[in-house]
Write a protein that binds this ligand. Structure first.
Ligand SMILES: Nc1ncnc2c1ncn2[C@@H]1O[C@H](COP(=O)(O)OP(=O)(O)OP(=O)(O)O)[C@@H](O)[C@H]1O
Ligand SMILES: [Mg+2]
Length: 608
């Protein structure tokens, strides 16, 4: 840039901002006081005005609002750009939270840096005077000027309320970093207590304020204060394999134990929840014990100081291992064996259908199942006698003759039901789940169902039986004793590897299960059923189920998966780079979407 140009700029420092802006077609604040007079009483120290002779930015200030083409806010789109002087270039990064005191009003705008760019100096010269304000010799990199584009999130009022973005910052306003925990809490609209999930973070690092103060992130959990606990509008924990889903899930579930929830349906009774955990990798019994290698004492103290819970739940936890012929559970040292009684097929015929039957075949199977249970005395409601029923040619002939069941259909059903591994799955011993229900569904308890010792068919039957019992008891007035029992407590149902069980329905059976689940999820708030679905394949979880989930905790994942899991757009590109412990929380009823850093240790035992 020519010296003459620079000289001209220096002279320009005495310009009248309002006039200049008017000339540029930019709306200015009422009156002609300029920014300074109004800004000072509100934000002394940072509200340096355009008329200030000292243009140096303070330590927390990063730049001034610029106008490249237009400065605007609207109901859907915003364009707020900030000129970043050279001296601040090292300090700004995409994702950071910033505040712009409006000056002409008392509110502050809260935003994050969405984009950083370099622009040809000339392009900026035409529209804005902002470079002058920061003094020309600081611009550097002669030809280019750095701009930050902001995404405004909210407005903070002086009396500590959070509003939607409704007032525009004036050109040249100072932009600074967030300065206090309170600003972050208000700007992001964070709950001040609840289930602890981690610390508000930017680019992997917790935001820290004076005295190393971090900002804890909680999920609303107290109906008395804030409407419904968000656990009952369901939680998804998704991320690529090995990114720490189970670690996060255990830390999160541990926080839930001991919470108290009001039961809307039962005259406002207050109860502690029963956690039921579907555990395909035999990892969750670790919730019983303290970590094998404890974290440093300070870490535990820090966690407790923000209301986080630490340590195993002890005897509140019980492991229930399903029995399957020829297989043995060898995980936790203490466990209770149980079996799925065939009588549950009366309520849930898909338990013996598997994935192999088409719609017509499934309808015929339902009919046969219904007739079997009607004809058969209760003591014979076993897989064995159903087998005999299906093998009874005379009996089956009636169906064929009447045309109720086609011969080929019967063949398919027989192949599926008789030759499958069901013989070793149903009715295995003395502890049917329908009698064990009092041990499983207890107040203030954790019931863990490991399944990796089972065959894949065994796992399917066991998991679907448990899911179906809970979903039914929480949607209709189930007349069985287990149904009434389940209805009595708040139930938090956590399903790890959920994509295996709530799949995108392509068979009739899957559709039925998903429908049941969507119905249960929809009424979760009223009936106190909270789902925590954990998956590395959200794309394989049925949309109907996903759409019922209001809180998404997203760990490292590919962009396509991020989109499918409902990640906010501005995080989708960054999520693949998220290492263990970094996550995005998207929970519209809880806060603005944001990044948090989870604990780098598990609060209970994880791994052997
Ligand atoms: N935030 C963290 N800090 C330190 N270590 C972690 C963190 N998160 C997870 N780990 C460790 O990384 C390993 C994998 O974590 P975890 O089992 O939770 O992953 P996952 O996503 O559930 O994996 P998978 O897809 O196999 O189920 C574990 O040993 C766990 O202890
Ligand atoms: Mg896992």
């Amino acid at each position: 840039m020519a010296d003459a140009e620079l000289g001209k700029r220096d002279l320009d420092l005495d310009f009248d901002l309002d006039k200049k802006l008017e000339r540029l077609g930019v709306p200015v604040g009422s009156g002609s006081k300029g920014l300074k007079a109004e800004a000072e009483p509100i934000d002394a120290g940072t509200g340096a005005s355009a008329e200030d002779k000292d243009y140096k930015l303070g330590p927390d200030e990063i730049g001034r609002v610029a106008i490249r083409e237009e400065l605007f806010i609207s109901t859907d789109e915003h364009c707020i750009e900030v000129y970043i002087p050279e001296e601040k270039r090292d300090e700004v990064a995409v994702g950071q939270y910033v505040v712009i005191p409006l000056g002409y009003r008392e509110e502050k705008l809260f935003a994050f840096i969405k984009k950083l760019s370099y622009r040809k100096r000339d392009a900026l010269d035409d529209m804005s005077e902002v470079h002058v304000l920061v003094s020309a010799d600081q611009v550097g990199e002669d030809e280019y000027i750095e701009l930050a584009q902001l995404e405004p999130l909210s407005m903070i009022t002086p009396d500590g309320r959070t509003l939607e973005v409704r007032y525009i910052p004036k050109p040249n306003s100072l932009v600074r970093r967030v300065q206090s925990k309170q600003e972050v809490i208000l700007g992001l609209d964070l709950p001040q207590d609840g289930l602890f999930l981690g610390y508000v973070a930017v680019n992997g690092e917790p935001i820290r304020f004076q005295g190393d103060l971090k900002v804890p992130y909680y999920l609303l959990n107290d109906a008395r204060k804030t409407g419904d606990p968000l656990i009952f509008t369901h939680v998804l924990i998704a991320g690529m394999s090995g990114r720490g889903k189970t670690h996060v899930a255990k830390n999160f579930l541990r926080q839930i134990v001991g919470s108290e929830y009001e039961l809307e349906r039962r005259g406002g009774e207050v109860r502690k929840p029963c956690l039921v955990i579907i555990d395909p990798d035999d990892e969750y019994w670790g919730l019983r014990d303290d970590p094998a290698v404890p974290p440093p004492r300070e870490a535990i103290e820090e966690l407790r100081s923000v209301g986080g819970k630490y340590g195993g739940v002890g005897s509140k936890l019980q492991v229930f291992a399903a029995v399957e012929a020829g297989r043995r559970y060898t995980g936790c040292d203490a466990y209770v064996e149980f079996t799925i009684p065939f009588e549950l097929v009366r309520d849930f015929p898909y338990l013996i259908a598997g994935g192999g039957l088409n719609e017509v075949q499934y309808a015929a199977l339902e009919r046969l199942v219904r007739d079997f249970f009607q004809k058969t005395p209760e003591k014979d409601w076993t897989y064995k006698s159903f087998q005999r029923f299906l093998e009874n040619d005379e009996e089956m002939q009636l169906y064929l003759n009447s045309g109720a069941v086609h011969e080929a259909t019967l063949g398919a059903i027989r192949r599926r039901v008789l030759r499958g591994p069901f013989k070793g799955i149903f009715d295995q011993g003395a502890n049917p789940i329908t009698q064990l229900y009092e041990a499983i569904f207890r107040e203030d308890s954790v019931s863990v169902f490991p399944t990796n010792h089972l065959s894949s068919e065994g796992e399917r039957v066991v998991v679907l039986a448990i899911l179906s019992m809970i979903a039914d008891a929480k949607t209709k007035a189930v007349s069985t004793e287990w149904g009434r029992r389940i209805a009595r407590y708040p139930v938090i149902l956590a399903v790890d590897e959920a994509h295996n069980f709530l799949t995108r329905a392509d068979t009739q059976q899957d559709r039925l299960i998903v429908e049941k689940f969507v119905a249960a999820a929809k009424q979760g708030r009223k009936n106190r059923l909270g789902l925590v679905l954990i998956t590395q394949n959200p794309q394989d979880v049925h949309e109907g189920v996903l759409s019922q989930i209001s809180t998404r905790i997203l760990l490292g994942m590919e962009p396509a998966m991020a989109e499918r899991a409902g990640a906010p757009k501005h995080f989708q590109k960054a999520l693949p780079y998220f290492e263990k412990g970094r996550m995005v929380v998207h929970s519209p009823d809880n806060s603005k979407p944001l990044e948090i850093r989870g604990l780098d240790f598990c609060v209970v035992r994880h791994g052997r």
